[in-house]
Design a protein around this ligand. Sequence first.
Ligand code: PMP
Length: 352
Amino acid sequence: MSALIRNCIRKMSAYVPGEQPADPAVIKLNTNENPYPPSPAVMKALQKIDGDMLRRYPDPECKELRAVIARLHKCSAENVFVGNGSDEILALCSRAFAEDNDQIAFFEPSYSLYPVLARIRNVRSRIIRPGKNFQWRMPVDCKAGLFYMTNPNAPTGALYPGQEVARFCRRFAGVVVLDEAYVDFARENCMHLALKLKNILALRTLSKSYSLAGLRVGYAVGARELVAALFKIKDSYNVDRISQALAMAALKDQAYMRANARRIIASRRRLSGSLAALGFTVLPSDANFVFAKPSGSAATLYRRLRARNILVRHFAGRKTGDFLRITVGTDRQINALLKAIPAIRGDKERGE
Ligand code: PMP
C-alpha cells in the first residue's frame, strides 16, 4: 500500500462490523440490535421535524439533550457529553486520554473496536485476560493511561461485580471508560462511580435498549474535566438536529425502554434454557445476547444457520471460536432459531 498512508494505518486491519443484509426477511441476531420498535414518542418527534430548519447547523453543545440526560442521572449538564454513537466517544477518548507512548488497556475478549482504536492512535494494546469462564479478574500492574471496560462485557455477557469494578477504578491511575452499552439489561450499573470519581466516564448508547441503532446517539457521564476535554476535540457539529430531537423523546420515555428491556430479559431466560436443552453450554448473560458453545463446531453451525437466513455472530479466535453470540430477538425469531438447530443436525446426520 502507498507510502502516503501512515505506517500504523497501513499495517492495521479495520474493525469489522456485523453484517447488515438488505433483505428484511433475514433473521438478524448478529449485531445486538433491539427487536422491538422505538418509543411511539420518537415517531411523533420525527413527524414534528421541521424540514426547513435543516438549513441550519444543529446546537453544537446539545444543550437541551444534555439537560435531559443530566436530569435522568441527577447530575449537571457539565458532566454530560453526547456523541454520534458511543463509538465516536470511544474514539475521542483514545485521542484525549492516551499519550503518544502510552498503552490502552482492555479485557480480551471484549469489544473488538478497542484494539483498532489503539492501532489508529499508534499506541500499544495492554490485554487483560479474564478469569475462568470469562468472569471478572482484577487487573494488576496495569500502567495504561486509558482502560476500556465493557460491563456487562461483550461478547461474553458477563457482568463484572460493581464492588470489584469500584475497587479497580479507585486504584487505577488513568481514565477508566466504563462502556455500559448493555447495562439496561443488567442487574446493576456503575453510573455512581462516574459521578463520584475523577477518572471515570460511564458510556451509554441509544442503540440497544432504546431501539435506535440507526440514529447514532451515545453519551458519556463523568467528571467535568474529562467531559471538557472531549468537548475540546470533538467535531463542531457531531450530533445532527434530527438525532438530538429524537434522542430527547426516547430518553424522556423511560417507562417504554424499561418495559422492552424486561421483555428482552424474559426472552433471554427462555433462549438460554432452550439452547442448554439442545446441548449448548450457555454462559450467564446480563446483556441482550447470549454467548453459547454448541456441542459441535461453532463455525460450521454459524455457516449453516446463515444458509438458512439466520444471522448470528461468530468471532474466530482461540478463546471465542468455540462460541456463537446470539442476540435476543422476538419470540418468533427465537423459535425459528430453535427449530433450525435440530434441523441442521438432521441434515448433517443424513450427510447433506
Ligand atoms: N460498546 C459496545 C460494547 C458495543 O457492543 C457497541 C455496539 N457495537 C458500542 C459500544 C457502540 O454502540 P453505538 O451504536 O452507540 O456506537
